[in-house]
Design a protein around this ligand. Structure first.
Ligand code: Z5A
Length: 215
């Protein structure tokens, strides 16, 4: 059976990509999209915060406001996510188009839960409200140690509000991501992102092929 007719028979899949500062999500995204192209799959790529017109405006506030209270940050992430889910993700999946999102709800558990110490039950409630059952089918977690990630990111010129946080903040985020990985081993797949770009790409290909095998 050709790739095309095989994928026509299964529901559109939702893939998310996670990782902390300097993990290499941009390169990973292009590896994933070339794989989907080779499988002849219709897909969209999107991102959080953002992925929809109003959500992109909220992204600007989130990344470039001088200061935000932690709860405001949390609520804005979920306000943006609600627009994203309702207007971008669900319609695409319903139309049979796969969705690849650069970050999704695991980022809120890592950054607002881990980084800002907001109770996971509060985040879980907002997740229920906005995400519901629109949970990713596969999440690739690019695991970079903060030392490596921050040194890669240092090469970039301008930092946004969240990128200006220190090493301890990114260590807490990694711990929170690893806890998510442990809690959802079927959905979240670990990718060692400390290694070079080609080695990361090899791991992603393996994860994607295993995912396809299990569809
Ligand atoms: N956030 C949140 O707090 N809560 C939420 O719920 C959500 C998000 C959804 C914006 O996200 C911020 O929002 C983010 C989390 C927060 N803040 N932080 N930090 P974003 O995804 O738009 O922004 P980002 O995390 O800063 O990601 P990025 O800049 O798009 O990508 P990246 O993963 O950090 O890295 P990259 O640009 O792909 O790569 C960085 C550099 O390293 C680049 O020069 C690459 O060529 C190089 N690189 C990449 N991989 C490698 C390897 N393997 N070896 C060597 N060099 C490499």
């Amino acid at each position: 059976m050709s790739h095309k007719s095989f994928f026509n028979q299964i529901p559109a899949q939702f893939i998310s990509l996670e990782g902390s500062e300097g993990a290499g999500k941009s390169s990973a995204l292009s590896v994933i999209t070339s794989i989907l192209d080779s499988w002849s799959i219709p897909y969209i790529t999107t991102r959080e915060p953002g992925g929809e017109e109003s959500a992109e405006k909220i992204r600007d506030i989130l990344l470039y406001a001088n200061h935000l209270d932690a709860q405001t940050e949390l609520l804005l992430m979920f306000a943006a996510r609600n627009e994203h889910v309702v207007k971008t993700i669900r319609p695409a999946l319903a139309a049979g188009t796969w969705v690849v999102s650069d970050r999704f709800v695991d980022a809120s558990f890592a950054y607002q839960g881990g980084g800002r110490s907001i109770d996971n039950h509060v985040i879980g409630f907002l997740e229920q409200l906005t995400v519901g059952d629109t949970v990713p089918d596969l999440t690739l977690y690019l695991d970079v140690t903060p030392e490596v990630g921050l040194s890669r990111a240092a090469a970039r010129s301008e930092k946004d509000r969240i990128e200006k946080e220190d090493m301890t903040f990114f260590q807490t985020i990694r711990t929170a991501y690893l806890a998510r990985l442990k809690a959802y081993p079927k959905r979240i797949k670990h990718v060692d992102a400390d290694v070079n770009i080609d080695q990361v790409a090899e791991q992603i290909k393996r994860v994607m092929n295993n995912f396809k095998e299990q569809l």
